[in-house]
Design a protein around this ligand. Structure first.
Ligand SMILES: Cc1cc2nc3c(=O)[nH]c(=O)nc-3n(C[C@H](O)[C@H](O)[C@H](O)COP(=O)(O)OP(=O)(O)OC[C@H]3O[C@@H](n4cnc5c(N)ncnc54)[C@H](O)[C@@H]3O)c2cc1C
Length: 312
């Protein structure tokens, strides 16, 4: 029987583990498929407070993990495949183990949707990005591309035009899913150049360790062209890692968990933190902030149920 299980070891889960560890709750953190979460995929992080020269994402995560371990957090490999939240203690099941817990923090994050190219995967953090707020600053005065046709692609293109010399907006159709007002705003921006209907077939040059040009295929004429750019932002959406909570917790139409009064879900004793409940800010510092909140909320909940929990 655990006091507190934390699902996910990104910035939200690790911050929750630091706070819960210091509150003597001996939290158990389940790592999932991606120990360290999204930051472990990136290179330089320049906007996390406290690091004037920036810090590598994997180093930042490693520091947080050591800090959580120092206060007694335990880590287990495995991804949660099933949960029973119908009564306390809650049960969480990985492939081979079932764990029981008096309180639960879900910090399973969200995964950026990718085009699916091998070159894209290899160049993440080396010119390929899924986060304009995080990485736009690195592309000052450079020519870049944004892939996508929804509101977030338009928003990212507009935001990136503040830094880049030119932003090519690439979309596979001539029509956009984005609202008209967002498309009109992007079209009115001199720095944004629309290229449609195209798909990105290849991001080059993996052998040189950076983005130099894209190979585009026109979906109507099948003609291939090369587009020289130094960066490419993939803005085709995110998928929150919430499948196992379907029908058990409230979610919005895109599957993000809905919280109220801080980090509480609709089930008392189950809390959510980080990108799994935030489709708007999606930053390491906001994930860490809500991780802290979730640990404090869980601590208060466990305190209030101390007497009845003695029997669990
Ligand atoms: C390439 C890249 C660069 C970025 N750069 C920056 C930056 O410079 N600055 C910034 O502030 N933000 C940046 N971000 C955004 C930042 O990384 C995220 O906002 C932050 O990581 C969210 O933290 P999280 O803990 O909520 O989720 P995540 O980091 O997504 O972690 C989720 C965790 O949950 C686990 N998990 C998922 N499903 C399960 C399951 N079923 N069972 C158990 N565990 C599970 C995963 O294995 C992982 O450990 C970047 C993101 C990316 C992808």
């Amino acid at each position: 029987m655990n006091n507190l299980i934390i699902i996910g070891s990104g910035c939200a889960g690790l911050t929750a583990a630091i706070y819960a560890g210091r509150a003597n709750l001996s939290p158990l953190v389940i790592d999932g498929y991606e120990p360290g979460g999204q930051l472990s995929l990136t290179t330089l992080v320049e906007n996390y407070p406290g690091f004037p020269d920036g810090i590598l994402g994997p180093d930042l995560i490693e520091n947080m993990r050591k800090q959580a371990e120092r206060f007694g957090a335990q880590f287990k490999a495995g991804a949660i495949a099933e949960v029973d939240l119908s009564k306390r203690p809650f049960k969480v099941v990985t492939g081979s183990e079932t764990y029981e817990t008096r309180a639960l923090i879900i910090a399973s994050g969200a995964t950026a949707k990718m085009i699916g190219l091998e070159s894209e995967r290899k160049l993440v953090g080396h010119g390929v990005s899924t986060c304009a707020t995080c990485d736009g600053y690195f592309f000052r005065g450079k020519e870049i591309a944004v892939v996508g046709g929804g509101d977030s692609a338009m928003e990212e293109a507009n935001f990136l035009s503040k830094f880049a010399s030119r932003v090519h907006l690439l979309h596979r159709r001539n029509e956009f899913r984005a609202s008209k007002i967002m498309v009109d705003r992007a079209r009115a921006n001199d720095k944004i150049h629309f290229i449609t209907p195209v798909v990105v077939e290849e991001i080059s040059d993996v052998s040189r360790g950076g983005v130099e040009y894209l190979t585009l295929r026109n979906t109507e004429t099948q003609a291939a062209t090369k587009l020289p750019v130094e960066g490419v932002f993939i803005a085709i959406g995110h998928e929150p890692n919430t499948k196992v909570y379907r029908g058990k917790l409230d979610m919005d139409e895109n599957g993000y968990l809905i919280t109220h009064d801080g980090t509480q879900t609709k089930v008392p004793g189950v809390f959510a933190a980080g990108d799994v409940q935030d489709h708007h800010y999606r930053q390491a510092v906001t994930a860490a902030g809500t991780g802290c909140m979730a640990a404090l909320d869980a601590e208060k909940f466990l305190d209030a149920h101390k007497l009845s929990d003695a029997a669990l």
